[in-house]
Design a protein around this ligand. Structure first.
Ligand code: FAD
Length: 690
């Protein structure tokens, strides 16, 4: 098999190290499986890895460690971009680290010629991401205990901070703000500003780019770094494994980890290890041609997974065949798609983000977020590898010019392969080392769904209510389509007997790697949430859930129907639901009727239809109309729940609730806002928004 020039250089560089590797391929596969090892770590087996930051920096000869607190992969992605940029522009020896993998009590022992970066996402209601909980509690705790007796405790520490947040949430970027404050109080020295990216305004990427340049300047000054002509150095080496084929037993063709490859998947099932769950049934909820909303019941009885009403289920999607083909074609990899390769980290602190040996096809289909928005910086990175000088100039322009990039790429929602196709004008991008894509493209992320079933009624069946992402965009023939929801749609079509199921011409490998998902299965895990019914079934509840925001409330209502059937007394429930038209997208209409038959006056659904009459009516209008009832119920200690659109609806409902309280209680709005805040603090006001 012929290799790209750069890959050959890379290959030569790692040849020495890989002689042993060729002969012991199998053992290698076992020990270096990143999923297996993080899985092992999650289960307490530390596999001899140090949790000591100082030791790690020393033994790997690093000047800079970049910690990430990441939930959906963006913070992790930014961390590795900072690591690469530090290396290529300044020759800084950088490493990226998961906050979960280290202890923090010797942050004070990091020498002052080194730097620690924190890239921290804020999750939900101002919470740390799952992997940052321990760090957050340590550093913001009353008196963090450090290894030395320095005064101030972190007087030696140089740090850099960037936060990822969403201004539609009340606790905007609270992670980076609170950590920054804590570090300052402990006497650490920040380099550059503590940056804040805003997903709510849709400016995350540009906020990051605008923040990092002055930060690098300040850092270069502080550590006396010399800027050099940026040179790309691949982080991963690609080795073709001529002796293996996609059929060989040790080759991963999409299996998420070793257990799945061996055919012995077992729990615990979690973010490192999905359960391949049978789909019990699936059906369409809308009654209109060009929009889809899927109901899916997922059977978890064959696993030790459990859930509670209000939890989230994560779906592990695969990419659409059409997009996989496009990606491989534009890189000139079509004929090599089933070739077996091993991917090796060329430096000890880098982690290969998928198990190998594997195939190009499997990497692109199962492990890379190839359809996601493209970053400007990534285009700049790829520019030097352009097929012609003219294309190189265009790539550099796209990489450097914010307005131009927005107009050419953003507004059309082009993914990376579509960008390369468009800019490349028929040329293949065979000069780009494949490592650049592994580094530059995020790991394919599971998508979360608010579980719409009740665990009391169906402890082993989890329901999903998902609207299919399909958006018509100006200047594009085909609509933009979401990854996971179109995958779910394909599964639904297959299950319901459409033999050529390919929604909108998209093809999915529905039967999964080695047909292991055949018989209609979907890989999932469960994430527990705090969005919960009051423990007292007599407490009244008010639910606001337009569109698919109604998902968890289907679970809540079914739960209380089940309680009533079991002879329990139930408190009053009001559900505010909104959609376009009663004839089109009034989902679960029959089920609400059935609930009313069981619960009588204790269940009321109030609907708002935005496209029925001449005036658009939203749930907010209906809440206003029922202002007095809402206030009365709140005074009876009702729980108030909001689910769905975070950007507009949830924020407006929050403001409106303050107004409702003010007008009914005759108090100033500022006072009412305080009451709303205290409702939130005491969990009487809960949100499940996205
Ligand atoms: P994706 O491919 O992820 O695209 C999503 C959006 O990203 C697009 O609409 C677009 O705005 C943007 N985007 C993607 N690619 C590009 C590109 N190349 N260029 C520009 N923009 C791009 N959804 C439900 O339907 N029901 C639920 O009950 C539900 N519950 C949720 C609960 C939680 C806690 C969270 C976090 C989310 C929930 N969601 C729910 C949303 C769900 O997780 C998914 O985000 C949604 O289904 C879309 O997934 P997708 O893979 O189809 O779309």
């Amino acid at each position: 098999a012929d290799l790209d020039t750069l890959d050959i250089i890379v290959l030569a560089a790692i040849l020495v190290g890989t002689v042993a590797y060729f002969t012991k391929g199998k053992i290698w596969g076992v020990t270096k499986d990143p999923y297996a090892s993080s899985f092992a770590a999650a289960n307490g087996a530390k596999a001899g890895k140090t949790r000591n930051i100082v030791e790690k920096l020393e033994e790997s000869n690093k000047d800079c460690i970049i910690f990430y607190g990441s939930q959906t992969g963006t913070a992790e992605d930014y961390a590795s971009r900072l690591a690469k940029e530090g290396k290529s522009r300044f020759g800084l020896e950088t490493m990226v680290a998961d906050l979960e993998d280290y202890d923090y009590d010797n942050l004070d022992a990091i020498p002052s010629n080194k730097v620690v970066m924190f890239v921290l996402a804020t999750y939900g209601e101002g919470e740390p991401t799952d992997n940052a909980v321990d760090f957050y509690e340590f550093i913001t705790g009353d008196a963090p205990q450090f290894s030395l007796d320095n005064e101030p405790a972190l007087g030696n520490l140089n740090y850099v901070a960037f936060g990822l947040g969403n201004n539609t949430y009340e606790h905007y970027n609270s992670m980076v703000r609170n950590v920054n404050k804590a570090l300052e109080n402990l006497g650490a020295h920040r380099i550059g500003d503590a940056g804040e990216g805003d997903d709510g305004a849709g400016t995350m990427e540009e906020d990051f780019l605008a923040w990092k340049d002055p930060m690098w300047k300040a850092l270069a000054e502080k550590l006396s770094l010399e800027e050099r002509e940026a040179v790309y150095e691949p982080v991963f080496g690609i080795v073709e494994r001529d002796g293996l084929t996609a059929e060989s037993a040790e080759v991963y063709v999409g299996e998420p980890n070793r257990m799945h490859l061996d055919g012995t998947p077992k729990g615990p099932f979690n973010a490192h290890n999905p359960y391949i769950a049978p789909i019990a049934q699936s059906y369409e909820l809308f009654n209109v041609k060009d929009r889809n909303c899927i109901h899916m019941d997922i059977d978890i009885s064959g696993s030790n997974l459990t859930y509670q009403t209000g939890d989230h289920i994560a779906v592990w999607p695969t990419n659409a065949g059409e997009e996989v083909d496009r990606f491989l074609a534009v890189l000139g990899l079509e004929s090599k798609r089933q070739n077996v390769i091993s991917v090796k980290a060329l430096e000890p602190t880098a982690k290969v983000p998928f198990p190998t040996p594997t195939t190009f096809d499997a990497i692109v289909r199962y492990h890379m977020e190839i359809c996601a928005p493209v970053s400007r910086q990534f285009l700049a990175t790829l520019a030097p590898f352009s097929p012609t000088d003219e294309i190189k100039a265009e790539m550099a322009k796209l990489g450097g010019d914010k307005e131009y990039f927005h107009e050419k790429i953003n507004v059309h929602h082009l993914n990376i392969a579509r960008v390369l196709e468009t800019v490349g004008k028929g040329h293949k991008w065979t000069n780009v080392p494949f490592s650049a894509f592994i580094e530059g493209i995020t790991k394919l992320q599971p998508r979360y769904y608010s579980i719409s079933s009740s665990s009391l009624e169906h402890p082993k069946k989890v329901s999903i209510t998902a609207v299919v992402e399909e958006t018509r965009l100006p200047g594009r023939d085909d609509p933009f389509r979401g990854v996971a929801t179109n995958y779910l749609l394909a599964l639904k079509q297959k299950q319901n007997g459409d033999p050529n199921s390919s929604p909108f011409g998209l093809t999915y490998e529905i039967t999964g790697p080695r047909n292991k998902y055949d018989g209609i299965h979907v890989p999932v895990h469960i994430r527990h949430s705090n969005f919960k019914l009051p423990s007292d079934p007599l407490k009244p509840i008010i639910m606001v859930g337009p569109g698919t925001g109604v998902a968890p409330f289907r679970g809540f209502v079914r739960e209380r129907v089940q309680m009533a059937r079991n002879g329990q007394a139930i408190g009053k429930m009001i559900l505010f639901f909104g959609c376009r038209k009663p004839t089109e997208d009034f989902i679960y209409e029959k089920e609400w009727e059935e609930a009313k038959q069981v619960l009588g006056d204790n269940f009321e659904i109030i609907t708002a239809f935005s496209r029925e009459g001449s005036k658009k009516v939203y749930v907010q209008h209906k809440l206003q109309q029922r202002s007095k009832d809402i206030n009365d119920l709140l005074e009876q200690k009702a729980y108030f729940y909001v689910c769905g659109d975070a950007a507009n609806m949830a924020r407006e409902v929050n403001t409106l609730l303050g107004k409702i309280i003010a007008e009914n209680r005759g108090i100033p709005e500022a006072k009412a806002e305080e009451i709303v805040k205290s409702l939130r603090a005491s969990n009487q006001y809960q949100e499940d928004v996205w």
